[in-house]
Design a protein around this ligand. Structure first.
Ligand code: ZN
Length: 170
């Protein structure tokens, strides 16, 4: 597969292949909007921010990184996902977007559905902003009942990780 880059690993100093990030271009709920709804009011999407305005109010989302651990691998599988934030968290993130020393934690809800899992409800997340210009990383709240959260903490197999990459890039 020529989507793979190699890099020298900081943990073991060996050369590894790097998996491509699996990126969701927008929150699932945005993808479901009609063209007319996408034109409504302040509704807007770019690489890092998404606002949905409806007659009854606003929803606010930001793009973040989720790292899925993979058994026996130094580096995990990286997902580009969206989380919804409160208006005050969203405004705080927006105001500090170019501030390289802004390290805070927000509360957010996962706003993309990972293929292969069944969700009865959204997953609560800690959203941790990073120094520098990296996107925030999200950490799901512990929930032993949720298969996605269980996999997040236990790690998935190498075969499963390769299947997920192939499903997007294969
Ligand atoms: Zn390594």
């Amino acid at each position: 597969m020529n989507t793979l880059n190699t890099f020298i690993c900081q943990s073991c100093s060996e050369e590894h292949h790097q998996w491509p990030a699996l990126v969701f271009p927008c929150p699932s709920v945005y993808a479901e909007l009609s063209e007319e709804e996408k034109q409504y009011g302040q509704t807007e999407l770019n690489d890092d921010f998404c606002v949905i305005e409806r007659p009854d109010g606003y929803s606010f989302f930001i793009r973040v990184v989720l790292i899925q651990k993979v058994a026996g691998k130094c580096d995990g599988l990286e997902y580009g996902v969206w989380v919804s934030l409160s208006e005050s968290s969203f405004l705080d993130y927006n105001e500090n977007f170019n501030n390289e020393n802004h390290e805070v934690r927000y509360f957010g809800w996962l706003s993309n559905w990972m293929p292969g899992y069944i969700y009865s409800d959204s997953v609560p997340m800690n959203v941790e902003t990073k120094k520098g210009n990296d996107r925030p990383e999200v950490i799901p709240h512990q929930d032993p009942e949720h298969p996605f959260v269980k996999d997040y903490y236990a790690g998935i197999s190498l075969e499963e990780a390769e299947r997920r990459v192939a499903a997007v890039f294969g």
